[in-house]
Write a protein that binds this ligand. Structure first.
Ligand code: SOE
Length: 391
């Protein structure tokens, strides 16, 4: 049997549960060089952490993340906490020689992300690797889209159209959770889901975003305070009190890419009826692709070289053994779901632990997404760039 790798997962809410599911499931489907064992689950509240550990099958718990960092027997620290704690945990873990997988976006500011990337670069010299959880890279259909770009099937990329649409904040009385607090989350829809679009667009096209022109908007500026609400818009023990929402509810921006493409991005948690519509459409000189996570097993592909009378978008069912990741799963055509992205992510991490170059995206690459988020915020703050309509 392969050598074990011992993991401490920090955080057990939505992302923590997704990662725990992934560590457990990956060795059941992938042939991995290392056998993952989640040795420790960390959460601030002891009773809740114990309950989560029981449910998610972890024997030991701790209430202080420093336990994960100081323990000799931990190899990987998996950070599933809000953004305000990423830098301090990751840097302590790297200093202690632990590999780090950190949820996205990497940090709450460029300054923090730079410091994390610098610590990661030093750690990499000692064979210690970092990874950031841009999980949608692990969607077979998006990975296929990237393959098409690399194969030249799309030709010269002209348009990138990225939308990430959710609706879990549409109700103005949904509770004030940490994702609505700038100090804790860094930003709103922009960093929470727009960051995925930025990463996916750059990764699929192989081009960097050079500049942006943006607007950010908050529709609901105060929400009911809750002591217990944790999830996405779900009910909590709300009091009559309301507290301020300090992040954006919606982000929109245009972008120029390094290879000449023009981009239009939109991120919102108010698109009523769109539950997790993470969409990316790319138009090139030879072909186009269109993806929507609500139909995650499919990729729309238009081949401009097809004879004109049969031209049209075709729907590729990205579920066959020839497609990225899918040969590890069910026999032909049975399809995957959201949780499987995290399985792919940890399989990639485990495969890369002993490889000198590590897995992608590492902290250095993820710093780049942070720089784009920062440019979007700076552009949106600069009211001189907002041109009023003259009537
Ligand atoms: C909430 O908007 C959220 O859980 C994001 O934080 C995740 O990164 C995304 O995958 C799904 O939506």
């Amino acid at each position: 049997m392969s050598q074990p790798v011992r993991i401490a997962v920090i955080g057990h809410a939505f992302m923590g549960a997704a990662h725990l599911h992934a560590w457990r499931t990956a060795p059941r489907f992938f042939d991995l060089p290392r056998r993952p064992e989640v040795a420790l689950l960390v959460g601030r509240d002891e009773a809740r952490t114990r309950a989560a550990a029981e449910k998610l099958g972890v024997e030991e718990i701790a209430t202080d993340w420093r336990d994960a960092v100081t323990r000799e027997d931990i190899d990987v620290v998996d950070i599933c906490t809000p953004g305000d704690t990423h830098a301090v945990i990751a840097e302590a873990a790297l200093a202690a020689g632990k590999h780090v997988l950190c949820e996205k976006p990497l940090a709450n500011s460029v300054q923090e992300a730079e410091s994390m990337a610098a610590a990661a670069a030093q750690a990499a010299e000692r064979g210690v690797h970092t990874f950031c959880g841009f999980s949608y890279r692990r969607t077979p259909a998006l990975a296929l889209a990237r393959r098409f770009v690399e194969e030249g099937r799309l030709g010269e990329i002209r348009h990138v159209r990225a939308q990430y649409l959710q609706d879990w904040l549409s109700d103005a009385d949904a509770p004030l959770t940490w994702r609505l607090d700038k100090e804790t989350a860094g930003s709103g829809a922009l960093g929470d889901i727009g960051a995925h679009s930025i990463d996916a667009a750059q990764w699929v096209t192989g081009q960097q975003i050079d500049g942006v022109s943006a607007l950010l908007h908050t529709f609901v500026t105060s929400r009911p305070v809750s002591g217990s609400a944790e999830g996405l818009g779900g009910a909590g023990d709300v009091t009559g009190e309301r507290g301020p929402v300090t992040v954006d509810d919606a982000a929109a921006f245009t972008a120029r890419f390094s290879g000449g493409a023009v981009g239009v991005f939109e991120a919102t948690r108010f698109a009523l009826g769109r539950r997790n519509a993470n969409r990316l459409e790319i138009n090139g000189s030879r072909g186009s692709v269109a993806f929507d996570f609500e139909r995650m097993n499919q990729l729309e592909y238009f081949d401009g070289d097809d004879p004109q009378q049969t031209q049209g978008f075709r729907t590729i069912q990205v579920t066959d053994a020839v497609h990225p990741y899918t040969d590890h799963w069910w026999p032909v055509g049975h399809g995957l779901g959201y949780g499987d992205l995290f399985v792919h992510q940890v399989a990639d991490v485990l495969t890369a632990l002993d490889a000198p170059e590590g897995a992608r995206p590492d902290f250095g690459e993820s710093l780049d997404v942070q720089r784009v988020l920062d440019a979007v915020e700076r552009s949106a703050e600069d009211s001189s760039r907002y041109t009023s309509v003259t009537r």
